[in-house]
Design a protein. Sequence first.
Length: 214
Amino acid sequence: MKIDTAEFRFGCPHYDGLPAASLPEFAFVGRSNVGKSSLINMLTGRKELAHTSRKPGKTRCINCFDINHRWHLVDLPGYGYAKVSKMKQIDFNRDVSTYLTERSTLEQGFLLADSQLEPLDQDLYFAQWLQECDLPYSLILTKTDRTTNATVYNHKVKFEAALAEWKLKPTEIFHCSAKSGKGRNEILQWIDGRLPRKSKKKGKGSTINLNWMK
Ligand SMILES: Nc1nc2c(ncn2[C@@H]2O[C@H](COP(=O)(O)OP(=O)(O)O)[C@@H](O)[C@H]2O)c(=O)[nH]1
Ligand SMILES: [Mg+2]
């Protein structure tokens, strides 16, 4: 998928304040500092689209970006930085919870996890919760440039084992690096495959010839 336009649409702290659902939405979630903003910038090819910050927990809004006027990329608040219980970390934000369960145009979730780390319970609890919401989701292992291929592979295998143990079934597992651009084509292509087909302009060759039926 070629990114022609990527524009900020809205940032809203409350589900009730969200604009009416329109285009298909793809939501990105993950612990603070996992590399979510960097990935969004990498996918869209815009350096400053999602504000990248070293300070955890800065993004506290449901942020929506219009991509090619065809789909919406939704950046959800990070979780996992607050010193609260595991269950509270899952229930980190009532409005995000409502968004994930209620938003009619939400197609898919992308759960980000750091490829440098072994699977964290926080990530697994979140995957479990996405699944309980009946939201199809994929896992994206981030920051692969920061470690060796062997470590990424090892952590992927551990993730697969942990997911199986928790009876979790992400649709796909992607690897990415915001630094090198790894994973960009795969993720964009995958999203493209889930969008309604573009309406084609009428022109030569667009009419089906039914003469053979006569
Ligand atoms: N080397 C490398 N650093 C990354 C990558 N993704 C994010 N980072 C760094 O990790 C930190 C957190 O990234 P950010 O995108 O703000 O994470 P967020 O809190 O999940 O939005 C920043 O210092 C980024 O520069 C990556 O793929 N490779
Ligand atoms: Mg961020």
